[in-house]
Write a protein that binds this ligand. Structure first.
Ligand SMILES: Cc1ncc(COP(=O)(O)O)c(C=O)c1O
Length: 417
């Protein structure tokens, strides 16, 4: 099957370019050429959920923020109308059950028991809470890397006033870092290793099993920011022994920004102070009893009060889409599209600067033109209706499962040479 039949380029224009494209494709890996086996239900989801986004042009910025799927728009609109009519009914019949449903789905996606997941506001809230709450001693240290997303390291800088040192291993020029690089910063006082699963500025997917083993060999906890991988790749947080996992939802998970998930392994909870306690922290929330303070026996004790109600409705709807399509199928398709883009970029003379090995990549393709500024590249992409981003001095494409080879070709065609 020719993927242009997903239908985002007007037929005449597609025809004009097809011979050129087919010739370019023929030079690439045969495994990347769309075939009859391209799952047809992706095409259905593409049109049913993303019609508005695809009408604007190739959207290749899911590592920044994803377009809202149609089912999420409907769910939130209906929820707002429900709340207008019957606010208490909306809370009892929609928000509270959907928060539990979303928690279950988040648990399945993370590979973690749902009762140990708190629904938070965003990734940063979860990571900061972990840093503030963990009981550490002056002279303890925390290790990360120097290309991290700010929210991974800032909360630890803020612990300097209690004598906690933050140590950063250097990321290599190719965006990778090895357990050996990180181990060189660790010692007997290292209490935490903290990393992103997938780096926002380089696209590097860290080997979570290897880094968990490294942390645990030092009796340190392993705290992971999974926002750039969750919704793209399967995760087994409990099997991998991840101690704390934080995510937001507005990127690869397609949910409205403003909710998140925080998994805290049960053995870690006792090492965390009670912080941000609110009425929602206790076992019997409905009692409203100021004299009975019995915090929930799991991560949910950190859900202080009134949740992001419409956000939760949107989150559950968005996670239902991920589950329906299936994370295995999403992973296969995203890896296929990102490699297709990488090969096309190289064919145009651009330098691909994100890792290419399957085990080291996810959905982010970072690149640079040898002699053209990123600003000029972005101008050309924007003029052609392509949405991309610049991070860490590189242009970034981040296609999701519903994108097509034809859209990638359209983006490649727009690149100046
Ligand atoms: C690695 C990483 N962590 C976290 C975030 C976002 O954090 P938050 O959910 O707190 O907005 C991003 C967004 O770019 C990111 O790339």
């Amino acid at each position: 099957m020719e993927c242009a039949s997903y239908g985002i380029i007007p037929a005449k224009e597609a025809g004009r370019r097809s011979a050129e494209r087919n010739a370019a494709r023929a030079k690439r890996s045969p495994a990347l050429i769309p075939s009859e086996s391209t799952p047809m239900n992706l095409e259905t989801y593409r049109h049913a959920e993303f019609a508005e986004a695809i009408a604007r042009g190739p959207y290749l910025n899911h590592a920044g923020i994803a377009p809202t799927p149609a089912r999420v728009v409907r769910a939130v609109q209906e929820a707002a109308a429900h709340s207008a009519r019957d606010p208490l009914g909306f809370v009892m019949q929609a928000v509270l059950p959907l928060r539990e449903a979303a928690r279950q789905k988040m648990g399945r996606l993370m590979g973690a028991s749902p009762e140990h997941i708190a629904i938070t506001k965003n990734t940063g809230q979860g990571l900061a809470l972990a840093a503030d709450a963990l009981m550490l001693e002056p002279g303890d240290n925390v290790v990360s890397v120097n290309c991290e997303y700010p929210s991974v390291v800032y909360p630890w800088y803020a612990q300097a006033d209690r004598g906690i040192e933050t140590r950063l291993a250097a990321c290599r020029a190719d965006g990778t870092f090895t357990p050996g690089d990180v181990a060189a910063k660790m010692d007997a006082r290292t209490r935490v290793l903290t990393l992103s699963w997938v780096q926002f500025g380089t696209g590097y997917q860290a080997d979570l099993a290897a880094f968990a083993a490294l942390a645990h060999a030092h009796n340190a906890l392993f705290i992971v920011d999974v926002i750039q991988g969750l919704g793209v790749l399967p995760l087994q947080a409990e099997t991998l022994g991840l101690d704390i996992v934080a995510t937001g939802v507005h990127k690869w998970l397609f949910a409205p920004g403003g909710t998140g998930g925080l998994y805290i392994a049960p053995h870690v909870l006792g090492r965390m102070r009670l912080l941000n306690m609110g009425a929602g922290a206790v076992v019997d929330v409905a009692k409203f009893d100021p004299l009975d303070f019995t915090p929930k026996p799991n991560a949910q004790r950190y859900e202080e009060g009134t949740p992001n109600m419409l956000g939760i409705v949107g989150l559950d709807a968005a996670l239902s889409l991920i589950e329906e399509v299936g994370i295995a199928q999403i992973a296969a398709r995203v890896l296929q599209l990102s490699e297709y883009a990488a090969q096309g970029l190289e064919a145009k003379g651009y330098r691909v600067e994100s890792p290419r090995a399957d085990a080291q990549r996810a959905g982010l393709v970072m690149f640079r033109a040898p002699r053209i500024d990123n600003d000029k590249v972005m101008e050309a992409l924007t003029a052609a209706g392509v949405t991309a981003a610049v991070r860490g001095g590189r242009v970034r494409f981040s296609p999701h499962f519903y994108n097509t080879e034809a859209e990638i070709d359209q983006a490649l065609d727009a690149l100046p040479t």
